[in-house]
Design a protein around this ligand. Structure first.
Ligand SMILES: Cc1ncc(COP(=O)(O)O)c(C=O)c1O
Length: 383
């Protein structure tokens, strides 16, 4: 432990977007100024450039950028024609957007449980969720595994179930984009991968944004139509129901600059996560990375025995250290989702995790002194 760890109580940001902003300096200002110069604010040249660079970054053939991570998920479902009578299987321990998109297209979300070690979709529960869907007269069409907190779901175990059940795999990489699974980056692991550029995400912009990655040229083309009101030959040739789902040119310009430093930021996040784990593994359950996986550490999430969390949060708050609970209530227990099916066997792991998890400040610019202050405060509070 660094002996010089600061003992002051100055507030620490949970995610320090401003530190990254300082590092990027004028490059972002100049990128935005270029857009202000050419005035092509909608689908300007930066959008195409960013899409090409994003696809190359993760090894996918096509990137279709859009207005948010939620739109990215919904565009895939719309392009596939998912709708009433279809079941979309998703984990219960995730952000609402994962399941919300199923409801938005008129399909039925069916909740599966997650695995304790990774917080990610349990392939056995996925199988049971398909059976539950069929019992309810629904047709299982899509599974949305989530790469929660930055770690990829276990695709080598999920894909065979998806294949046997004839499910389209839509990877929700809003938190995990940039991570690798058996040496391949997310974006190239599923027939379609959705990600988010919400500012707090590992690769975020300065507003809302998202993208879908795919190798399927036809799917990419349909999604390009969906994101502009279902346009055909041109904007006034309407061939399907779509959205206004475009990524702003200014956000694409910001993302081009941010993508340049993203690989270095991932390395920094990995180093910070390792330091947290080295300092806390003996007093809390620290996150476990599966063999062959890397994480982009969207969150660094501890597990504590039930009942200890509130005390820790209060103690840290008193010292200017913010914490967050992702997620306090699993989706199948949230009001708007309570009437949707849950896989046979329920989602007991999701329910337990919701009581035990707590996330610590995490970003690529967390310096060692500040990190030691956090680690020492956690240790003192749990002693
Ligand atoms: C797992 C997950 N999926 C989807 C989304 C939706 O992304 P957005 O906020 O860009 O719509 C988020 C964002 O918080 C997320 O964490």
């Amino acid at each position: 432990m660094n002996q010089h760890a600061r003992l002051d109580h100055a507030p620490i940001p949970f995610i320090d977007v401003a530190a990254q902003r300082r590092r990027l300096g004028r490059s972002v200002d100049e990128a935005i100024a270029r857009v202000l110069g050419h005035c092509q604010f909608v689908l300007g040249p930066e959008v195409r450039t960013f899409e090409a660079e994003l696809a190359a970054f993760c090894g996918a053939r096509h990137a279709v950028s859009c207005a948010s991570g939620t739109d990215a998920l919904v565009m895939v479902l719309m392009a596939l024609g998912v709708g009433p009578g279809d079941a979309v299987i998703c984990p219960s321990f995730t952000f609402t957007a994962t399941a919300e998109v199923a409801v938005l297209v008129g399909a039925t979300p069916v909740f599966a449980d997650v695995e304790e070690a990774s917080f990610n979709l349990d392939p056995d529960s996925l199988r049971r969720a398909c059976a539950t869907a069929r019992e309810r007269g629904l047709r299982p069409r899509v599974v949305i595994p989530v790469d929660l907190f930055g770690q990829p779901a276990d695709y080598d175990r999920i894909n065979p179930v998806a294949e046997a059940e004839d499910l389209f795999v839509l990877d929700d990489a809003a938190q995990g984009f940039g991570a690798t699974y058996k040496n391949r980056r997310l974006g190239a692991l599923a027939p379609a991968t959705a990600t988010s550029f919400f500012p707090a995400k590992p690769l975020g912009c300065y507003g809302d944004g998202g993208a879908v990655l795919t190798d399927d040229a036809e799917l990419a083309q349909v999604m390009r139509s969906v994101r502009v009101h279902g346009e055909g030959r041109d904007k006034y040739d309407c061939v399907r129901i779509g959205l206004n789902g475009r990524l702003d040119t200014i956000q694409a310009a910001v993302l081009i600059e941010k993508l340049k430093i993203f690989p270095e930021e991932i390395v920094a996040r990995e180093r910070i996560a390792r330091r947290y784990s080295a300092g806390l593994a003996d007093i809390a359950i620290v996150p476990r990375l599966a063999q062959g996986s890397t994480s982009v550490w969207a969150q660094y999430t501890l597990r504590l025995p039930s009942g200890r969390r509130d005390g820790l949060m209060a103690a840290l708050k008193g010292q200017g250290i913010p914490t967050a609970i992702y997620y306090p209530t699993p989706l199948h227990r949230q009001g708007p989702y309570q009437h949707f099916p849950v896989a046979t066997g329920g989602a007991p792991v999701s329910e337990r995790l919701a009581d035990e998890v707590i996330s610590l400040p995490m970003h690529a610019y967390l310096d060692e002194g500040t990190q030691d202050r956090i680690t020492e405060a956690v240790r003192r509070a749990l002693a």
